[in-house]
Design a protein. Structure first.
Length: 289
């Protein structure tokens, strides 16, 4: 089912939001000091109240201090957590455990979000049976005409293939209760790259995924090594065919075995080798007030 709304150590911040928020924004990060300031500024500029949960996944470049300074500068209600087990899935699981709002958006530390981003996601999630919203990504220098063209192609793909995810984790927003019912982010179940597609597979058992031309974001300009972590064309084609009918087989038998063979565990999503930490069996996350 697909909804197209085309018209549409823990540190706690002590600044209370003006209204009880319906939104939590969840940002895991690893060595993102060059991008966190701009990302947090874009979150602080949202048109709806929110709480920001940041999860430091073992940074060694001072990212956490920069994140805290940015949150305090913008007066945003925030929580900083530390998750020492390497991998984005572990970091997302830790962050979700602290979410207390109706809706939660997973965002990336190197992505910029327009001020209406959460409002647009909320308009989608407010529709009957909709439990997850997905955005499309536009180039940092994209014009309005470029964005409209991207929106048309994106929405056409979503209509054609409605039972799969058409966006990555940097552009996903969930009904928090449904995300938990689906099992949340679980490294024991799925600790590979493409966790953003696997989680959508489970969440869509409980409702629809919606999109809108109003829901978009911009990745920051940076050098990227996506080839080392993405799936092959063959795997993508199998996903398109299998997602509506054999999703469990596709992820947990077919794709998991192939990713395991290529050693594409969750920490590879960082696009760089995890520094200093080599085993996921490390000290558990803990709040530091």
């Amino acid at each position: 089912m697909y909804l197209d709304l085309d018209s549409l150590n823990t540190d706690t911040g002590r600044i209370a939001p003006r209204a009880a928020p319906e939104w939590t924004v969840l940002i895991p990060f690893f060595n993102e000091r060059d991008y966190l300031r701009a990302t947090i500024a874009s979150i602080a500029a949202q048109s709806v109240p929110l709480r920001l949960i940041l999860v430091d996944n073992g940074s060694s470049d001072g990212s956490a201090a920069i994140a805290v300074a940015a949150c305090r500068s913008h007066g945003i209600d925030y929580l900083l957590l530390t998750e020492t087990a390497p991998g984005k899935v572990a970091a997302l699981r830790t962050g979700l455990g602290w979410v207390r709002t109706r809706w939660v958006a997973t965002c990336d530390a190197d992505t910029l979000y327009p001020p209406h981003y959460l409002a647009a996601a909320g308009a989608i999630l407010s529709q009957p049976a909709c439990v997850v919203a997905g955005s499309y990504f536009i180039a940092p220098d994209a014009s309005e005409a470029d964005r409209e063209a991207k929106a048309r192609g994106f929405l056409a793909s979503a209509r054609l293939l409605p039972r799969q995810s058409h966006t990555g984790g940097a552009g996903q927003a969930f009904c928090a209760a449904t995300l938990r019912t689906a099992g949340g982010f679980d490294a024991d179940r799925w600790n590979y790259v493409l966790e953003d597609h696997e989680i959508i597979h489970r969440v869509m058992r409980h409702g629809a995924m919606g999109y809108s031309r109003d829901l978009w974001c911009r990745p920051s300009p940076r050098d990227r090594d996506r080839e080392s972590i993405r799936w092959t064309l063959f795997e993508r084609l199998v996903y398109s065919v299998a997602a509506p009918w054999m999703g469990d087989w596709f992820f947990y038998s077919f794709l998991a075995a192939r990713l395991r063979g290529r050693q594409l565990s969750s920490h590879r999503i960082r696009e760089r080798q995890y520094q200093l930490i080599e085993s996921p069996a490390l000290a558990p996350s803990h709040p530091v007030l």
